[in-house]
Design a protein around this ligand. Sequence first.
Ligand code: G1P
Ligand code: ZN
Length: 539
Amino acid sequence: MIKTVLTTPYGDQKMGTGGLRKKTKVMMQKHYFENFIQSVFDAIGGIKGKTYVVGGDGRYFNKEAIQIFIKMAAANGAKKLIIGQNGFISTPAGSNEILKNHTDGGFTFSASHNPGGINGDFGVKYANETGGQVPTSITDKIYALSKEIKEFKICEHEDIDLSQIGTQKLEGMEIEVIDPIADYIEMLSKIFDFAALKKLFQSGFTMRFDGMNAVTGPYAIRLFEETLGAAKGSVIRATPLPDFGGLHPDPNLVYDKDLVDFMYSNEATDFAAANDGDGDRNMILGRKFFVTPSDSLAILTDNYKYVPAYKNGIYGVAKSAATSTAVAKVAKALNIPYYVVPTGWKYFVNLMDSKRITLCGEESFGTGSSHIREKDGIWAVLFWLSIIAATGKSVEEITREHWKKYGRVYYMRFDFEGLETQTADKLMSDLEEKLASLQGKKYQDYEVSNAAPFVYHDPVDGSSTKNGLVVDFTDGSKITYRLSGTGSSGATLRMYVESPDSKDFNQETFKKLQPLMNIGTEIAEITKRTGKTKADVNT
Ligand code: G1P
Ligand code: ZN
């Protein structure tokens, strides 16, 4: 039976860089989730006759959210839902299903790399028929409607069993439960040379993949262990848990210190990688060696020919403004188009759809290609393994040779977390105002060559986006400031610092960047305004 339920708006359902992200308890408030979902449906002209892919990363409230979603979709007249078995789907696998089944879009219930559980975060990512997250014009409309919502539609029905693969019906809506892992692996098998990768493992190559108790564990077991022949036990923390076993499922030096320590120990494997909560981020490690995401993008681009799907050439490459310029040098050498976009994967989507780029990446441990419209953690791992298989070189050798060829760009991100929104906003607006006056200013050995907001003009849809403030120095060093758009409460200021060096590749990154970091802190008056003498997280 279809019901129309009266409701009142919450007024705070604004989507950020990675969809709507809130504290789990906020999301679980009466009608909160329902309001948002109905606002999305209404903002896109209703969902009558439409088909969507649905799933989540398994975090707390995923089960309940999916059931509510199914009943609302049926009540709103959807034609069909394609749902990952048991309600699980990784973000890249979801994007793959949207493209494979030519659906009208998809919904992923995840707060990505944010912690889960009743005291963690929950989120909703909405993608359209491109397989990627929707542009700001649509998220603005959803937000506007969510502030006026008066009612939503839902079916009264017992919960739907999502444990068996197959098809069932609810109020005329078809529900197909699928195995997204099989489809995802099939898609990857068309990009990479699986035979070559099997040979690599047959030769005794060892790896460790850390699923961080999140969604990718089962994908990794089936792919690395069961399909490619990596040793049993290569995949660790492989069972998705509602609270990720207490982990903060963000694969970086801070939140996956366990894996980093393992790779710097004597037990280290030849290669290691980790993915985040919903499987779109990746961290790459070699024996006693860490690859920065910015370098990873540059290295993958430079070695595209080792992957069958790209060996005939790539259209171009893009990075977010905050990502280091390492890949710019590769694009120049390869003579391919190169784009710099604002932070957020959605900005890459237009460039991929219009065949301007094939590869892209962000400093925040995200890399991907036009095979789907989201970043893809496991794809990045297979790309690295392909280079290793083809060259016979280690992660460290590959990276060092890259530096020799192009120079090294030292890079670090500093996060100042838990700031008052007002303090953070004021810091940014005051800094923006004084940017012009920084021109030509000298700070120790560094001289400002240019200081301006980063403004992106989308070559495809003509839209303009301002995101972040950039201070360039005459030696090629750079400091970028922006506020996070993915937090669930308060504000986070991110300061990104980079400095190129064409000769000395053995400096300790933090030491190398410390003077610039201090300059960056001084320019933005971070200590004075926030009371923080140092960043909360350095990655
Ligand atoms: C962060 C990252 C950004 C990424 C986003 C979603 O956003 O910095 O690169 O696209 O998560 O994974 P931020 O919190 O900085 O807005
Ligand atoms: Zn993610």
